[in-house]
Ligand binder design. Structure first.
Ligand code: BMA
Length: 309
């Protein structure tokens, strides 16, 4: 049988049921839902959703699914911006783009705290996906897309993030002994002039450990006269030293083409916030489309490693 994924323009295959979740599926009034991060639980796949309320700021809701495709959404939001304590000032304009990583059985969520001084990365944890305990604000402003690695590297926690330097976004790696204090930061990848990721790059999913290295699906932004285009690409990082790039795909693996990716509050956006890998190597990648819905794309890990580079 011919594998159509190699014939189309995209390596990933869009789920026929896309968009998987829209504002109409949320049991309370919202503006949009997008950029949800998945976690595989004993009860199926849960997705922590970024929901933008009617007032304009974002918060998180929980979606549950037995098959990873069809979701039902909890009646109430599960995490709202802090309105008191040390996080309140920095979450005044909302909480965005959560990324779940499970390390040693503990479910952590790195997210973007948005305040008057700009976006910074924050860390929380949960034992039931409904209650979230904030741990720390872990970056200065001007940083987004913080994502923990799923295990320590040489005895330290590690994360990818996206500080803005000279107006352009690069992916960096940093290390921590305790998840609170971070340092030894090094740049991992930068935008490539002339390419589909010429303007900004940022980590998108929790790195997946493979025999060849850490597989990271990232978002690359091309700036055009009609505005930015957000696509997904792949990079493979050294298992011992993730600042070392083993290889980086020349081409994106998914680009906005469908109407639900082209048209929305911010058009031309495919923005992944996580993936679920099954034992047989099948992957479901969850992405926000046009900042207006949540979509699902599939592939196998082998195919990404073979044809994504
Ligand atoms: C990024 C983030 C994402 C958003 C994307 C496209 O900078 O803010 O939340 O989906 O832009 O608008």
């Amino acid at each position: 049988m011919v594998d159509t994924r190699l014939q189309g323009r995209d390596l990933l295959h869009r789920w026929e049921g896309n968009p998987a979740i829209t504002a109409e599926d949320i049991p309370f009034r919202v503006n949009t839902v997008f950029n949800g991060t998945p976690v595989a639980t004993e009860d199926g796949v849960y997705l922590l959703l970024r929901v933008e309320g009617q007032r304009g700021y974002s918060f998180f809701a929980l979606a549950r699914s037995s098959d990873g495709l069809h979701f039902s959404i909890d009646e109430k939001p599960v995490m709202l911006p802090a309105n008191e304590g040390p996080f309140a000032l920095y979450e005044k304009k909302g909480i965005e783009d959560p990324r779940i990583t499970v390390i040693d059985g503990v479910c952590y969520v790195m997210y973007t705290a948005v305040g008057d001084c700009g976006p910074r990365i924050a860390l929380a944890k949960t034992h039931d996906y409904v209650n979230y305990e904030r741990i720390a604000l872990v970056s200065e402003p001007g940083n987004k897309d913080g994502i923990l690695f799923p295990r320590k590297i040489h005895g330290r926690y590690a994360r990818l993030d996206r500080p803005i330097g000279l107006g352009r976004g690069n992916i960096w790696v940093s290390y921590s002994p305790d998840l609170v204090n971070w340092g030894d930061s090094e740049v991992v990848i930068t935008p490539r002039p002339g390419y589909w990721d010429n303007f900004r790059v940022g980590a998108s999913i929790t790195p997946i450990e493979t025999e060849q290295g850490w597989l990271e699906i990232y978002h690359g932004v091309k700036m055009t006269s009609a505005g930015p285009i957000y696509r997904m690409g792949v990079v493979l990082l050294d298992l011992d030293d993730p600042s070392k790039v083993i290889k980086r795909g020349d081409q994106p693996i998914l680009s906005p083409r469908e109407e639900y990716e082209r048209i929305g509050d911010i058009g031309n956006v495919c923005f992944a916030c996580g993936a679920v890998l099954s034992g047989n190597g099948d992957m479901k990648i969850y992405y926000g489309a046009a900042d207006t819905s949540i979509c699902i794309a599939t592939c196998t890990l082998d195919q990404i490693l073979k044809d994504g580079f």
